[in-house]
Ligand binder design. Structure first.
Ligand SMILES: [Ca+2]
Ligand SMILES: [Ca+2]
Length: 366
């Protein structure tokens, strides 16, 4: 049977998933270091009232960008960044929390709506035919293990457009979130995350805020826990042979309940793995180079917001791309190792996947 029209569209969108592919490892950029590490989780300030479930992240300066041989081109050059203090959700937004939002507002997510032909037209690569309106139906992208002989660069072998997949049905209509109240919500588009954040009186983090918080006070370390190589006790990622064999040594095939793994130095959970987390910045691979040119190599970038427009050569069409951070249960050390705090990926603002969610931040009130 021929795939539904939007499958073709979504498979085209999958170009972006080359982010999972190993990009050229760039050389270390030169930058001044020697920044002072911040205090760790022992001194974490937990919120109450409107900041219930949030951690106060202290203002400070850090070196933003990739550390070590796994750093990719879009994580460089490393550069100094200053961020103001802010509150950050202790965990990824959970199914329970998103359910409260939906019950209060009646919100319908992007994945639950029939896609609009007009928006697809803008986003289709040149030469790809528009699907017929009758074949359009709600759905989302779901990871499916390919055969053992899958070639890593053929990512379309393991990302499938699944009609009926949405936040209530992570794997498709046959699946549900029953018993998964404490799992991170998935199949969330950027628009969905913004809607939740506004309702909650919060906002989404910038990439700088996200990475600064993820580092938990550690200075220029490759991982949120420091420099030790990842083990099954650090984070919910993939063990075994990606993408066809997951040994689940960490206990989880897909999402894990939040707080299943140790917090970082600021008391934040799952800043490595579990689900990717949406940020406000528009994605460009050269964002950091632009920032360094703008600020000067010896000056800090102050609360950077990212570029005005997005670009990713893996999306050869006119889509607005936002950065996502932290990696997911699909990350493996032989493949993308995107559980590193500096790893970056892009996502079109109206696309959702079963390994992507979000957490919110909130300004400190004077
Ligand atoms: Ca796992
Ligand atoms: Ca995460």
């Amino acid at each position: 049977m021929a795939p539904p029209g939007k499958s073709n569209v979504k498979l085209a969108w999958l170009t972006v998933l080359q982010l999972f592919l190993c990009l050229a490892v760039a050389g270390e950029a030169c930058i001044a270091s020697g920044l002072v590490s911040k205090k760790g989780a022992n001194s974490a300030t937990h919120g109450s009232g409107r900041t219930q479930g949030m951690i106060l992240i202290p203002a400070g300066e850090f070196v933003m960008g990739g550390v070590g041989p796994e750093a990719r081109g879009d994580e460089l050059p490393r550069h100094k960044v200053y961020v103001d203090s802010f509150w950050m959700d202790e965990t990824e937004v959970t199914n329970r929390q998103f359910q409260e939002f939906v019950e209060a507002t009646g919100y319908v997510t992007t994945a639950q709506k029939v896609p609009e032909l007009g928006s697809l037209k803008r986003e289709l690569p040149a030469g790809v035919s528009l699907p017929s309106p009758e074949t359009l139906q709600p759905g989302s992208l779901v990871f499916a293990k390919p055969a053992k002989d899958a070639v890593l660069k053929h990512y379309s072998q393991w990302w499938k457009w699944v009609p009926g997949a949405d936040w209530r049905h992570p794997e498709g209509l046959q699946d549900s979130i029953e018993g998964k109240d404490d799992h991170p919500v998935v199949h969330i588009s950027y628009e969905d995350a913004l809607a939740y954040a506004r309702w909650a009186g919060k906002r989404l983090p910038t990439e700088a805020e996200w990475e600064y918080a993820a580092r938990g006070g550690l200075s220029e370390q490759p991982f949120v826990w420091g420099s030790n190589e990842i083990t099954a006790t650090h984070a919910n990622v993939w063990q075994g042979h990606f993408p066809f064999e997951n040994t689940r040594e960490d206990g989880f095939e897909t999402t894990a309940p939040v707080k299943s793994f140790p917090a970082n130095g600021y008391g934040l959970f799952d800043m490595a793995g579990n689900v990717w987390e949406l940020c406000t910045d528009k994605y460009q691979p050269s964002t950091y180079l632009q920032q360094v040119v703008k600020s000067g190599s010896n000056s800090s970038c102050i609360n950077p917001l990212g570029p005005a427009s997005s670009y990713d050569r893996r999306y050869p069409f006119d889509a607005v791309l936002h950065s996502v951070r932290g990696g997911s249960f699909l990350c493996h050390n032989s493949y993308c190792s995107s559980y590193r705090p500096s790893a970056r990926m892009s996502l079109p603002e109206d696309t959702s996947m079963n390994h992507t969610g979000f957490r919110c931040v909130r300004n400190v009130e004077p």
